[in-house]
Design a protein around this ligand. Structure first.
Ligand code: SF4
Length: 365
């Protein structure tokens, strides 16, 4: 293993650690379970590094939407990660950061990307956690599957430098997929990994990664395009921002889940209506009806509507009913009945007409 001649600061600490322990080098890898982090794991393993993959769970993984709609077990997501980790022969740790992540989302120091995605703050947070695990596990460095230029916010060179500095991992953060076009890290300088064996991938294309995935036989296990985070989805982000704006207190995880379902209508500063778009969304919405007004068309088949917040008067109640009625089969008959219930101790049936399309557009989030 090539060891450079003279070291200072972190490099010398790393060199000492390595020669003292005379053990296999070890790293912590941020492991989303997507294509890039899986390839990073494979590259590091081939270089003889022991890899501990760390997967962070927050409220915004797109698997949560599948979980809500298909009524499937959230464990399916974990099951797939475990399977992948076992094929890659890496240890896997899963850490729930939902609570801390909400704080990042509400107040990101480096702002948002094109949507509600606070990617720079999120990366810094995950890497700080990675650093902590690195110290506890007596590992040598932290790695990621980042590719220079792949994501517009967090994978620009200036952002990647900020992330490295702010995470406290200067010199000890390795990005194996694009390391050869980045400044040499201490990890390479002291010979823990051979720089020559790392890659120089850039940009948004995935061709190179897909062909590498085929070579190591994981192409069917990893999505070619990462679907890790709903905060990059424009429509969902609009709803997130609306929720943040109208929440008096820190939003709960359940509120973010509800944003993944149905059509949303802002009725007032304190009231929002959610209307299911199909049977699976109606079924999923039923899980959220506790302590909320629930609307259902009686005159014909139609969606379920759930009101979140405070209904201040009869006018708002009727408005919600007329929106739900608008999406039912009964809208063609001009007028029909909608049943309103709450927690089994409130029941009222109202006669409404469907809300006009221009009003629907005005209220829709
Ligand atoms: S896309 Fe989501 S999970 Fe990924 S870095 Fe950005 S905010 Fe974090």
């Amino acid at each position: 293993m090539p060891i450079a001649g003279s070291f200072r600061g972190q490099s010398s600490v790393l060199k000492e650690q390595l020669s003292d322990k005379k053990r296999k080098p070890k790293c912590i890898l941020l492991f989303s379970g997507g294509l890039d982090s899986s390839l990073a794991a494979s590259i590091l393993k081939n270089l003889g590094i022991e890899v501990i993959g760390v997967h962070f769970l927050n409220n915004f993984g797109s698997y949560r939407k599948r979980f809500l709609l298909e009524n499937s077990s959230e464990d399916n997501h974990i099951k797939r990660l475990k399977e992948l980790a076992s094929i890659l022969k890496i240890e896997l740790r899963i850490i729930d950061i939902s609570k801390e992540f909400t704080d990042i989302l509400l107040n990101p120091k480096f702002g948002y990307g094109a949507n509600a995605n606070p990617c720079i703050d999120c990366k810094i947070f995950m890497l700080k956690k990675g650093k902590q695990i690195m110290e506890e596990a007596d590992a040598d460095f932290v790695a990621t599957g980042e590719v220079l230029g792949q994501r517009p916010m967090s994978q620009r060179l200036d952002a990647m430098n900020i992330i490295e500095r702010e995470s406290g991992l200067k010199g000890r953060l390795l990005r194996p997929l694009c390391a050869k076009i980045l400044k040499e890290t201490d990890v390479e300088r002291v010979g823990i990994v051979e720089r020559e064996k790392l890659l120089n991938i850039t940009g948004r294309g995935r061709k190179e990664q897909i062909s590498l995935a085929k070579e190591i036989g994981i192409e069917t296990l990893v999505p070619p395009v990462s679907d890790c985070c709903l905060l990059t989805d424009p429509k969902y982000s609009e709803r997130v921002m609306d929720q943040i704006k109208h929440s008096q207190e820190k939003p709960e995880a359940e509120e973010f889940d509800l944003l993944m379902l149905g059509r949303h209508f802002r009725i007032s500063e304190e009231l929002k209506l959610i209307v299911g778009r199909n049977l699976s969304e109606n079924n999923a919405l039923e899980k959220f009806q506790k302590n909320k007004f629930r609307f259902e068309t009686l005159s014909a088949k139609g969606p379920v509507g759930i009101a979140e917040g405070i209904i201040s008067n009869e006018k708002e109640l009727i408005l919600c009913a007329s929106i739900v009625f608008r999406y039912s089969d009964a809208k063609k008959i001009g007028e029909g009945e909608v049943m309103i219930t709450k927690n089994g101790n409130y029941r009222k049936v109202v006669k409404v007409r469907p809300l006009k399309d221009n009003e629907i557009v005005r209220l829709r989030i």
